[in-house]
Design a binder for this molecule. Structure first.
Ligand SMILES: *Cc1c(COP(=O)(O)O)cnc(C)c1O
Length: 244
């Protein structure tokens, strides 16, 4: 084994041990919780050691990035499941339905309509989670809490298979109340699954009923910083300092 594959196996086993400890506190085991390895920004060479260690369920947050990486990796391993966990634009619905096995980010009526149409066209129903904007944050994706029951009703009427609810709680605050609220909403809607919990809080999420956790950093290490265009204000400052 290479050092990469030893490290991947060790990280995976540490996460699975932590999952198991949290699950046992509520009478479950790690096998009752699906670990989705979030491989966004990781290239194929970073992903292969984790596949070799036995991890088969992966998540990406961008359709285009996933299209570039996963067809080749899936040719090497036919039993991989791929989840979309990031915001989805309606004009990418067809591509998403063609590539992903599960979509976690159904959050508005216009996207629902686009997905229903894409699924009809492809002759394939993709199971979805309704993403809830559980902290009511303006900048975040997710359906407002008050509008979630109506969105669920429309999804059911459109014959979109719903697995459950998904959320990303606000950063830097105690996530437990948000996880508990999502669990309550799912119970009230008769939805069986909860996609919640990331590297920093998946044990808490499991104790509050998560069936699917989305873990990136704890499996791959810190993500490389995304390349971002220089913000306009930054350019302005540069211009000013040059002029000075
Ligand atoms: C990146 C991401 C994750 C994983 O985050 P980590 O903190 O690296 O575990 C989970 N869910 C979503 C929606 C993400 O975008």
């Amino acid at each position: 084994m290479t050092t990469d594959s030893i490290e991947a196996a060790e990280r995976l086993s540490a996460v699975r041990d932590a999952m198991d400890r949290a699950a046992r506190l509520t009478g479950r085991t790690a096998d009752d919780v699906t670990l989705i390895a979030i491989s966004k920004t990781q290239d194929a060479n970073a992903i292969r050691p984790l596949i070799a260690a036995g991890q088969r369920v992966y998540g990406e947050n961008r359709v285009q990035e996933a299209q570039a990486k996963w067809p080749a990796l899936r040719e090497e391993h036919a039993d991989i499941a791929l989840h979309l966990v990031g915001q989805l634009q309606s004009n990418k619905a067809e591509d998403a339905v063609a590539l992903f096995d599960v979509i976690h980010s159904l959050d508005r009526p216009s996207l629902l309509a686009a997905l229903a149409k894409a699924m009809d066209k492809a002759g394939r129903r993709i199971p979805c989670y309704v993403q809830v904007n559980i902290g009511g944050e303006a900048q975040k994706g997710g359906c407002p809490i008050a509008e979630t029951p109506a969105l669920i009703a429309v999804a059911r009427a459109a014959d979109i298979p719903l697995l459950g609810l998904m959320c990303v709680p606000p950063a830097d605050v105690e996530p437990a109340p948000y996880f508990a609220l999502l669990a309550k909403m799912a119970r009230e809607e008769g939805l069986p699954r909860l996609s919640m919990g990331m590297s920093g809080d998946f044990e808490t999420a499991i104790m509050l009923g998560a069936t699917d956790i989305r873990v990136g950093t704890a499996l791959f290490g810190e993500r490389p910083a995304p390349a971002r265009p220089v913000p306009a204000s930054g350019r302005g400052m540069l211009r000013n300092s040059r002029a000075a």
